[in-house]
Design a protein around this ligand. Structure first.
Ligand code: CP
Length: 311
């Protein structure tokens, strides 16, 4: 059902398949608490991590997931490759594929780079974030985190606050939580909303308090200064005053609401520091869940061998 499938965005999965990924991730969680965190599920499979853009969480969690499943891992770094000598993207991929890669993980600043990669390889491709387009594995780890905490999606309200226009995470999350049947309310300065927001099937709130009202999940998004031209909002201080997630604003959410953020965080901008570290924050758990959900995806897409003690 999953073997050989490419993951360009999260809508390549239906609700049943997303739940199957979450269940597989759940069964893998115990492996990470073993003294020897290694199982032979992907022994003999070659995985290449192609990172053309900076990353901490996604790059390292993919590498840990691959190594935990015993895949043979190669890390390609654009800045030290023959791209620097003028070799094209196409020739780079043809060269790597000639070495027998089974699966590529790609992060790139250009939307569409994973589709371009697929033109030159028969290997499985996982998009690890392409420009402002999509970040499906972040959405899957976010979905798994909500599933773990709330055990449901259909009676769950998700509030997403921040720089939605530049956020591939928000685009993939909105798609995924709609597939799962959740209610979604978003809030951003007008200049940081997608131009086609009416096609997203979400409610657009004017104020963060309105979006957060009765929410089960409050998700802050990073202000993506590196992707912005100037003049989209007056200043970071004013942005924080009007849209920052604070303890006062969190009081509008349900008493058992959780706070999420894909990271990295700009403390004092989209989240104040107290909120980021509060007991309702599940940001560190999101990072842990990034490892097990990526293990689940790699296992399902590469047709890994059954592991004793997992489903
Ligand atoms: N959430 C996320 O994609 O973080 P990194 O850029 O550190 O991978």
């Amino acid at each position: 059902m999953f073997k050989g499938r490419d993951v360009i965005d999260v809508d390549c999965f239906n609700k049943e398949e997303l739940l199957r990924i979450f269940q597989t991730a759940e069964s893998f969680k115990e492996i990470l608490s073993r003294p020897i965190k290694k199982v032979p599920a992907l022994r003999g499979k070659r995985v290449c991590n192609l990172f053309f853009e900076p990353s901490t969480r996604t790059r390292i969690s993919f590498e840990i997931a691959e190594k935990t499943l015993s895949a043979d891992v190669t890390n390609f770094t654009a800045s030290t490759s023959s791209l620097k000598k003028g070799e094209s993207f196409k020739d780079t991929i043809l060269t790597l594929s000639a070495m027998g890669i089974d699966l590529y993980v790609i992060r790139h600043s250009e939307p569409g780079a994973p589709v371009m990669l697929k033109r030159y390889t028969n290997a499985v491709v996982i998009n690890a974030g392409d420009g402002i387009h999509a970040h499906p594995t972040q959405a899957i780890l976010d979905g798994y985190t909500v599933w773990e905490k709330k055990k449901d999606f259909t009676n769950v309200k998700i509030a997403i606050i921040g720089d939605i226009y530049h956020s591939r995470v928000a685009r993939s999350d909105m798609k995924m939580f709609r597939i799962l049947g959740s209610e979604i309310s978003i809030c951003a300065p007008y200049t940081l909303l997608p131009k086609d927001v009416e096609n997203y099937g979400v409610t657009v709130a004017k104020k963060p308090e309105e979006a957060i009202e009765n929410a089960d999940v409050v998700m802050g998004l990073r202000m993506q200064l590196e992707r912005q031209s100037s003049g989209l909002f007056p200043s970071l201080r004013e942005y924080n005053e009007m849209f920052g997630i604070t303890p006062e604003r969190m009081k509008h959410a349900k008493p058992d609401a959780i706070l999420m953020h894909p990271g990295p965080i700009n403390r004092g901008v989209e989240l104040d520091s107290y909120t980021a570290d509060a007991t309702y924050s599940v940001i560190p758990e999101q990072v842990t869940n990034g490892v097990v959900t990526r293990m689940a995806l790699l296992y399902l897409l590469l047709g890994g061998v059954q592991i004793e003690g997992t489903d």
